[in-house]
Design a protein around this ligand. Sequence first.
Ligand code: HAM
Length: 419
Amino acid sequence: MDLSSPRGTRDFFPEDLRLRTWLFEHFRAVARSFGFEEYDAPVLESTELYIRKAGEEITGQLYNFEDKGGRQVTLRPEMTPTLARMVLQKGGSLSLPARWFSIPQCWRYERMTRGRKREHYQWNMDVIGVAGVEAEAELLAAIAAFFARVGLGSADIGIKVSSRRVLQGVVSGLGVPDEHFAAVCVLVDKLEKVPREAIAGDMAALGLDDAMVDAIIDALSLRDLDGLAGVLGADHAAVVELRRLFALAEAYGIADWLVFDASVVRGLAYYTGVVFEAFDRGATLRAVCGGGRYDRLLSTFGGADQPACGFGFGDVVILELLKDKGLLPDLPPTLDAIVLPLGEDVRDAATQVATTLRSKGQSVELVLEPKKMKWAFKHATRRGARTLVIVGPDEWAAGTVRVKDLESGEQRDVAVGDL
Ligand code: HAM
């Protein structure tokens, strides 16, 4: 039997889980400091939640199957459709705006590259019920706060920001019907990853000829808002919202992190407004996180739309990046005490001692088999224990136990009642 986990998935041994927990604690601390509440949902969803016709990569990567009841189900590839489903389920009883976060495991049958796996954990923060870019600014500030917490600065990481309204402005000027817009976005996003010829047929199917594709590529090469205003007009919705967002970024003190980059479109069909992604300025890895506004997702599930925006931030790329930069913490195992009975006659006594210490909030390993002192010392080092509590027959008879501080090497007898 092959003992490795399925291709593209990870086992988390205790040493790996310590690191994951460390990362998740930073995710949670940032989300909480921005006033977000945590939610969760099953990893299994109805496949219909992911049926979108825009030709997105994600819909071709579903881990989907029929369950024993004949239902079409999928291991979620992302959290946003689930969030939308939950928001619709609450309906009018959900008080808005809502600020929700979660750290779901997501599954995508990906072609594996560095930073891409078939399962990943994805920190999500979403604001539901706010129409203005104040919501995006808040999310971008949270992302920057996270990076700062783990030791990354704006010289290491940039966040590219644009708006789908930029592409919409260009595309509608070319006479492409609105109903094709989502599919156009998905294709334009692919332009960054595959040769143009590979998607020429798909472009043509949406009514985009070569000259139009040239015009799109041209517009997407814009890197400053004045240039954008020159193309779309100073009072175009995209220009206005992006200017407002960059002004808010100044107020948050995160302007250094942001760069306007018209080429950012994102590959998911449902985005409608501002879109963004964080990238390593050293530029070897894929997007560190990505998100945007999706004001019309809820109606695709048959409900009333709510303005919404959010981001997904995977655990894989960030850990690679922190490793490359030497910013991963050293997280040895820790334990408050190891309790060793010196002989089976005092096993019950040692059990009482361990129970007392645990009830006082200490993390305690009780040695469960007959073991010698030498073994216990070695074991304590492996486990990162701070103290070794030795329960010997003579000390116990005198109402004490021997407590050895493994950092200082000091040792003293402590009355059982004083533990
Ligand atoms: P996404 O851009 O597909 O967006 O993914 C967001 C992030 O998840 C990526 O930037 C990356 O960090 C991580 N990620 C995605 N796929 C993989 C993979 N195969 N392996 C490792 N990491 C991965 C979404 O999923 C949107 N639902 C995010 C969102 C939330 N938008 C609004 N709210």
